[in-house]
Design a protein around this ligand. Structure first.
Ligand code: SF4
Length: 280
């Protein structure tokens, strides 16, 4: 049975998600701030965490963006194979949603030509990641991604012989070199395996996980915890003012890779860890 979904429904959903994500920081992030407020031994760090909480609360209450950098609109779509989009072009429908969301929500438009730096004017094009899945539903996740933390992200092709120790060292070194630039406390998405581009996508998708949720593979869950403990010993702290809370979480995703390769991607996410989803 094929289910029809109108393109305008996609547009409306994307529009609302752009605004919701930029105004309302997730409860899991707020709870992670609270945990850090109790555990961080630095008074300055605790003060900064309080300010970050207050900032998020003001954004919620007053319906304003929680950060001036409202990001590029990264949109993940899981499209059921039994869905037929009617009344318009699917990609155009998503971009129209971004256009409306960023205009109606008074969100800064951050998309520009890479060379002339001329702003596209409406925050399009969206960065769309599409996956065809079984079923007759469409799941849409909008994850606005700020420039400061994205700039600190890296993909590398490690020598396979370095193994897990080499991967851990690469991630910790990336966080250390990033310092205060990605507006810590950060969330670290790590993608291991696949190809060059697949590892980056794994790292980006890892950032959609709820804070505190571990990888279901126990050996990877342990590594996430180990890397988190190591980065939090770096002393960078909230907004770089020192402390025990450099990162709120580390999410590792792993897939098979070529016998000659070891692709590793680190996608750094700032404390404005925004993503909202809808299912049509
Ligand atoms: S890195 Fe994040 S918190 Fe910092 S300015 Fe950019 S979006 Fe805002």
């Amino acid at each position: 049975m094929i289910r029809e979904i109108a393109a305008r429904e996609i547009t409306t959903a994307v529009r609302d998600l752009c605004i919701d994500a930029n105004y309302n920081l997730g409860d899991d992030v707020l709870q992670a701030f609270d945990r850090a407020l109790h555990s961080d031994t630095s008074e300055t760090a605790r003060e900064v965490l309080k300010e970050l909480k207050e900032n998020a609360q003001i954004a919620r209450d007053e319906k304003v963006p929680l950060c001036q950098d409202t990001g590029l609109a990264v949109v993940f779509v899981e499209l059921g194979q039994d869905v037929h989009i009617t009344g318009g072009d699917f990609t155009k429908a998503i971009n129209e949603g971004v256009r409306q969301g960023y205009n109606n929500g008074y969100l800064r438009k951050s998309a520009c030509d890479p060379i002339t730096r001329k702003n596209t004017g409406d925050n399009t094009p969206a960065i769309i990641h599409l996956e065809i899945v079984p079923g007759d539903k469409v799941k849409i996740i909008v994850a606005p991604k700020g420039g400061g933390s994205e700039n600190m992200s890296r993909v590398t092709m490690l020598t396979p012989a370095v193994g897990m120790e080499g991967i851990k060292d690469f991630v910790v070194q990336r966080v250390q070199e990033s310092g205060a630039n990605p507006c810590p406390p950060t969330i670290i998405g790590v993608g291991v395996g696949g190809t060059f581009e697949r590892s980056a996508l794994l790292a980006k998708k890892a950032l959609l996980r709820t804070l505190g949720k571990r990888n279901p593979r126990p050996e990877l869950a342990r590594i996430e915890e180990e890397i988190l403990a190591r980065v939090n010993k770096l002393g960078i702290g909230p907004m770089g003012y020192g402390g025990d809370t450099t990162s709120l979480d580390v999410f590792l995703e792993m897939e098979p890779c070529h016998i000659a390769s070891l692709p590793v991607a680190v996608n750094v996410q700032c404390h404005s860890a925004r993503h909202k989803e809808a299912v049509l």
